[in-house]
Ligand binder design. Structure first.
Ligand code: NAI
Ligand code: MG
Length: 357
């Protein structure tokens, strides 16, 4: 049966990197139905809304979504509901994509591209699982109001609400433990239970869920220490699971262990492994249109799509092997370039992966 893939390229470097991933998908010899739709700033330009109804409908109907990136400084003055970033938040919420998987793997060829010492990062293979539809990013109430009490009573104040329901913590916990079972059987739950009620609750629930997985070792770490440990000794982790905001920050930090955020793919899954696949980075307006963005995170995201949502693990393996091969050939986009390697453009990197395939 032909698999339908919604292709939402978005803004900035989004169209440049997604074009390369689409070429890779088309080179596999499978019959995909790829349908493109505008999203983010491109959606706003096309229809006045960052997540046009037709785009959301397509994303819901499709077997999987391949997403580029959204956002540009030029939209920063728009009201928040019209800003490009609302499109990705809206897709996550509307499709119920609560589990964000970000594998941080250091390809041995890129050991010199990391800003960390090779011995700290060589052989790195950790999986960061970020809860994606709860926490302070979605919690109500929020806004700006007159401060009702305390020493600043009467002044204006900005406020957001951090909250997690029990079932939200349980389901992301199960995703983490099940992933760890297929790996090195260790889960580290990252929280801030020493200060935040929400994360004491998170920790208590994780301990309960962990009892269902006696074969997996569960540990806990405060997020500030986790930030330090990720740089000091990242290989101590196997699966790291955390909330939406902490996961946002720690996964960007972890991207630098791999040499560049341009190398880090991601999967965002619902309860049935339907998913949206996107590079972990944003729209990189500083380099958009220059043809120098690294397309590998997006190409590797397409591989994750084949593995998790389309039941084509062998094709995912082929793509990942091809990426490894081009790195072995010494090809590097600017973000991972180092002396002695060959600097290539976005299109040349995509073409090199194609020719290996
Ligand atoms: P960013 O990830 O777009 O860029 C951070 C830095 O990494 C920049 O120097 C950029 O040039 C570089 N970079 C990112 N991807 C790269 C690639 N593939 N190859 C080479 N270099 C790359 O984050 P930033 O600058 O904070 O945000 C830019 C815009 O993207 C903002 O509007 C932001 O809201 C949006 N954004 C969108 C996301 C999404 O669509 N899921 C995620 C994060 C940010
Ligand atoms: Mg982020």
């Amino acid at each position: 049966m032909t698999k339908k893939i919604a292709v939402l390229a978005g803004d900035g470097i989004g169209p440049e990197i997604v074009a390369e991933a689409v070429n890779v998908l088309n080179a596999l010899g499978e019959s995909f139905e790829l349908e493109h739709a505008p999203v983010g700033g491109a959606g706003y330009e096309a229809s006045g809304h960052p997540l046009p109804e037709a785009t959301l409908k397509l994303a819901k109907e499709a077997d999987a979504v391949l997403f580029g990136a959204v956002g540009d400084w030029k939209y920063d003055t728009l009201d928040r509901p019209l800003r490009p970033e609302q499109a990705i938040l809206g897709l996550r919420k509307n499709l119920g994509l609560f589990a964000n998987l970000r594998p941080a793997i250091l390809y041995p060829e890129l050991a010199g591209a990391s800003t960390l010492k090779p011995e700290v990062v060589s052989g790195l293979d950790i999986l960061i699982i970020r809860e994606l539809t709860g926490d302070i990013y979605f919690g109500q109430p929020r806004g700006v109001r007159e401060c009702p009490d305390g020493p600043f009573k009467g002044e204006r104040e900005g406020f957001d609400t951090m909250r997690y329901a029990e079932s939200e913590v349980r389901r992301i916990g199960h995703v983490a433990f099940q992933a760890a079972r297929k790996r090195n059987k260790k889960v580290c739950s990252v929280d801030k239970a020493n200060v935040l009620e929400t994360f004491q609750f998170w920790k208590d629930i994780m301990i309960e869920v962990g009892k269902e997985y006696p074969d997996v070792e569960l540990s806990h770490m405060y997020v500030d220490n986790a930030a330090m440990q990720l740089v000091k000794n990242p290989k101590q982790f196997d699966v790291l699971v955390t909330g939406n905001m902490f996961g946002d920050i720690l996964s960007d930090q972890a991207s630098m262990l791999t040499g560049s955020i341009g190398m880090l793919p991601s999967a965002s899954l619902d309860a049935n492994n339907k998913g949206l696949y996107e590079p972990s980075h944003g729209s990189a307006p500083d380099i958009a249109g220059k043809g120098i963005a690294n397309p590998l995170a997006t190409i590797l995201s397409a591989a994750m799509m084949l593995r998790y949502s389309l039941n084509m693990a062998a094709q995912a393996d082929r793509i990942e092997a091809a990426v490894k091969k081009v790195l072995q050939q010494g090809l590097r986009t600017a973000d991972i370039y180092e002396a002695g390697t060959t600097k290539v453009s976005t299109r040349e990197m995509g073409a090199a992966v194609l020719s290996v395939l």
